[in-house]
Design a protein around this ligand. Structure first.
Ligand code: ATP
Length: 306
């Protein structure tokens, strides 16, 4: 019996390790939406990354040949600047960010980073240069510390804490039952969308990439959370080339340029002030959003006074 129990324990241990490993891999695949069809060119070079200037030149793309999604998109994100993409649902906003990360190859045109066509460099070197803060971050079934350190596995505890502080999440983590050692994810403590996003921001702070892709959550956040996330994002995007799929007024107001996408085409572009003056699609979108926010706040006040 004794002889048997040892290997069984061992098998249990190995099984758990493998299962954790599999979960990580599965989640990485979800996270990266890894598509087999995107392959490195046989002579792919390493991306020579400088400040990460991005350029989309007459980009045409469709997931399915019968249905064009992007119809000749051209814009630039100069090094260190922030470009916000806005537009109706289904316009192709998230598709732009997926193409920059090269989840898919485009049908025609070119996407370049620091002058190099992203199809000519290794996917690994491209993705090392980009930090991605998605709408809904998938957390590993592991500790909060592990999830943050994922951005740079060599980071010390002190660096993990500092990143959490900048991401406005350190205080929250310290209040958890086991602090940074608290297990999170599907099988641990479930974090809210805003909390997960701040964990993703902390991860990105550790990774310190020259390029940042932010996909803001569409779901409404309370004012305090929104302000905390905005503060965190302002810090990470400072001096980084940033492409943001924007849903919040605070983000677009401070963007260097706003691209208004509609049915896969650029309908309008410019700064917040310029676009408001045009009284076009952008102006009507934001006026509607402002009215909705005001109505919501009014409703809250009424409820609170009851
Ligand atoms: P939202 O604001 O609702 O997130 P979006 O502007 O980001 O919308 P995309 O996610 O870029 O829109 O999608 C653009 C279009 O491409 C949509 O019509 C969508 O149905 C389609 N699409 C997105 N992903 C795929 C896919 N993997 N396969 C096929 N079609 C897709």
């Amino acid at each position: 019996l004794l002889q048997l129990s040892v290997p069984l324990n061992f098998i249990g241990f190995v099984y758990r390790e493998i299962r954790q490993g599999l979960t990580d891999i599965e989640q990485m695949f979800d996270l990266l939406e890894v598509k087999a069809e995107v392959k490195d060119a046989p002579d792919a070079a390493e991306l020579r990354i400088g400040q990460g200037a991005i350029s989309f030149k007459d980009v045409h793309f469709s997931y399915d040949p019968a249905r064009p999604i992007l119809k000749g998109i051209s814009f630039e994100v100069p090094a260190g600047k922030t470009v916000a993409v806005v537009g109706p649902s289904g316009a192709g906003k998230s598709t732009l960010s997926r193409l920059l990360y090269r989840f898919y190859d485009i049908q025609s045109g070119a996407i370049t980073v620091d002058g190099q066509d992203i199809r000519t460099v290794t996917q690994k070197s491209l993705r090392t240069a980009i930090g991605m803060v998605p709408q809904d971050t998938v957390l590993f079934n592991d500790t909060v510390a592990y999830n943050i350190r994922y951005g740079r596995t060599s980071a010390s505890d002190g660096e993990v804490f500092a990143a959490a502080e900048v991401a406005q999440i350190a205080h929250f983590i310290e209040m958890l039952p086991e602090g940074f050692e608290t297990k999170v994810g599907e099988r641990g403590l479930k974090l809210s969308g805003g909390e997960k996003q701040r964990v993703a921001i902390a991860r990105t702070i550790l990774k310190a990439p020259p390029i940042l892709i932010l996909d803001e959550a569409t779901s409404a956040l309370d004012t305090t959370t929104e302000r905390e996330i905005q503060t965190a994002l302002d810090v990470v995007s400072k001096n980084r080339t940033t492409l943001v799929i924007a849903h919040r007024l605070s983000t677009v107001i401070s963007a260097d340029e706003i691209i208004v996408l509609k049915s896969g085409e650029i309908a309008e572009r410019g700064t917040h002030a310029v676009l408001l003056e045009k009284s076009g699609l952008y102006a009507s979108m934001w006026n509607r959003q402002r009215e909705a926010t005001q109505a919501e706040e009014h409703l809250k006040q009424v409820r609170e006074s009851d």
